[in-house]
Design a protein around this ligand. Structure first.
Ligand code: ADQ
Length: 463
């Protein structure tokens, strides 16, 4: 069996539950075949200090974790700069927020080259290489230029926008060409795969072959959707933890005569949080029975705080939450309980189970795992209702949720009210279909599917 090599910007520790579903699933795959996980250590070497590019090696069972330190400049241009201030907003359809600052692109190229140079000597001829996410799009082409001929797959966790948006990214030709160094490119949804295909044909003049394959620059690459899933069993196991049970019981007691709604997100502008709060305010304004009753627990974890757009969204959200609580709050009831923190994973199932409705309303999202986690955690005999943005990748698979357009605030408020009032029979029916689907294609199925197709692709088109 070939060894699996995973490369991502950050390396997870597969032994820690807190690492979350993806780290666990990749860790699982790595442990099965023996493997290596390579990425940034999270450590920044300040100017003037030595140690830049230093490798750290650590064993976790039969998985080798290899990480590398980055210089301050590389971190600021590759990670904060090009990855998170240029590609992240552009791929989330937010060219208005994209900053293609000077030095960002060069830093991105430099770090990808550095990763390739450090990784190449650790590779074996029959390794299967799996690269993750937008930070590392050019990694395969850097590896190929060092003579690597292994099978290499790539998975994009974020959306892939339509051709006119991609075409506005300076250097997009180079970026698109970089994709052709892979044997397989995985995207979250069919819509993303469709955008990608149209862009390759239209801009890169690629030839469209059968089975999602494209040919250009003397190489053939296959692109298709692999909608990422969650580890349903792991999550359901977590629901049995004392911490989770305690959270559920406490919240159910506290809100016995009220209706609890939940939102769990990173505090990212793509998640649509201000519009979500405005829709909630509209609910309170338009449906008087929700006052003194409907309570939204919104947990938003700190993220990328050094970037201005993130500081702005935080201020906007805090002021909105304060305004709504000021307008509608009572001595013994506040409509919004907003927490700017990461909720302990062990307590997450308890929160999901106590909430009658989950609001997952991103303006754009690759998949959105919270939508799947909420469904997985419901009590089948009395399940809650998922209100889901049609612009989350998850909406492609989760049609039985109540789908909303988060830009339409009155309609979103109306749908939240519908969710709060949904009869038990309808809730059960919708939940059963959703649960079955996320169980069938969970994170393990996703990983096996991707690696299976990667193996086939390489057999069909050897490098
Ligand atoms: P994210 O943008 O981080 O991921 P998401 O899919 O929602 O978004 O995953 C977040 C994970 O972190 C979930 O497991 C959730 O439970 C947890 N989480 C989020 N906020 C939290 C909070 N405040 N407290 C505690 N836990 C919290 C990127 C893409 C997504 C894609 C995933 C996986 O942006 O579109 O679904 O990768 O591919």
């Amino acid at each position: 069996m070939s060894r699996l090599v995973v490369i991502s910007n950050r390396v997870g520790d597969p032994r820690k539950v807190a690492a979350g579903g993806l780290a666990v699933a990749l860790g699982d795959a790595l442990a099965t075949s023996g493997g290596l996980w390579f990425g940034w250590s999270g450590k920044i070497v300040e100017d003037g200090a030595t140690g830049e590019g230093e490798l750290h090696q650590q064993r976790a069972g039969n998985v080798e974790l290899v990480t590398i330190d980055l210089s301050r400049e590389d971190h600021d241009t590759y990670y904060t700069g090009y990855s998170n201030q240029a590609l992240w907003p552009a791929f989330h359809y937010r060219l208005d927020l994209a900053d293609f600052g000077s030095g960002f692109f060069a830093g991105y190229q430099r770090v990808n080259r550095l990763f390739a140079r450090k990784l190449a000597p650790l590779l074996r001829d029959d390794d299967v290489i799996w690269v993750h996410d937008y930070h590392l799009i050019p990694l395969a082409s850097e590896l190929r230029s060092l003579g690597c001929r292994q099978r290499i797959g790539f998975f994009l966790h974020i959306p892939l926008p339509p051709p006119p948006i991609l075409a506005a990214i300076p250097g997009h030709e180079w970026l698109m060409r970089s994709f052709f160094a892979y044997d397989l490119v995985g995207l979250q949804t069919n819509e993303d795969a469709d955008h990608f295909g149209r862009f390759l044909v239209g801009e890169a003049h690629a030839e469209r072959l059968a089975d999602g394959r494209f040919s250009a620059y003397g190489r053939t690459m296959r692109a298709q959707a692999f909608p990422i899933g969650i580890d349903v069993d792991e999550f359901q196991g977590l629901a049995e933890s004392p911490e989770s049970r305690e959270t559920e019981t406490t919240l159910k007691q506290q809100y016995a005569h009220r209706r609890l709604l939940v939102g769990i997100d990173r505090l990212d502008y793509s998640k649509g949080l201000p519009r979500r709060l405005r829709a909630f305010r509209e609910l309170l304004a338009n449906y008087p029975e929700t006052r003194n009753s409907a309570t939204l627990i919104q947990v938003a974890s700190p993220t990328r705080e050094s970037v201005d757009a993130y500081a702005d969204i935080r201020h906007e959200l805090e002021s909105l939450a304060g305004e709504i609580n000021g307008a509608y709050g009572e001595l013994d009831w506040m409509p919004i309980r907003y927490m700017h923190r990461t909720w302990a994973r062990k307590r997450l199932p308890g929160l999901y189970r106590a909430a009658k409705v989950a609001l997952v309303t991103p303006l754009r999202d690759g998949m959105n795992l919270v939508a799947k986690e909420y469904v997985a955690m419901q009590d089948e005999t009395d399940p809650g209702v998922l209100v889901l943005s049609r612009f989350a990748g998850a909406a492609e698979q989760m049609r039985e949720a109540l789908l909303v357009n988060p830009y339409d605030i009155p309609a979103t408020a109306q749908t939240i009210q519908r969710a709060l009032q949904m009869p038990l029979a309808e809730r059960r029916e919708r939940h059963a279909v959703l649960l079955k689907r996320i169980r069938e294609y969970d994170v393990h199925a996703w990983r096996k599917d991707f690696l299976g197709v990667l193996a086939e692709t390489a057999e069909a088109a050897p490098v």
